[in-house]
Design a protein. Sequence first.
Length: 176
Amino acid sequence: MKRSFLKFAVLSSVIALVSACGGSDHDDEPTSNIAQLATSAGLSSLVAAADKAGLVGALSDSSARLTVFAPTNAAFDTLATQLGFADGPAMVTALPANALASILTYHVLPTRLNASQLSSGGATQPTLYSFGGSPAAVAIDASSGVRVGDAVLTQATVTTPNQRATNGIVHVVDKV
């Protein structure tokens, strides 16, 4: 797993570097997909979890239009220590791939929404995680910034909104 993650990280970094070096009239257009953006943003625990869960392909899919609530490495570390793991990478290593897939798909909306659309889009948004045959939903609170809540009332704050990718939008959050 480490070799495939390392290969992916190196390849993504090279692609991002080459893309950044080329000038164009469309400099405001995103050049990285969600997986590449997460890698270049240093969200290594998220990328490692997506790799182990087999979701890197979905986050790289050029036809996708996704919204990802991407937890920081610190958010992974916090959850890991609460669950008795040394840190985020240790938790990712210990958890089975299907558990990571469930956790991560709960952080993904099947449509591309920027922060203002989240704020005006209603109280809940369906995720890619399905429970009992229906999509699970996250609660959106835009009363003070953008906050995302889950079924157990955990609230994550969007700390870096609207990171545009070729296949969606990433909102960096402070909790898993």
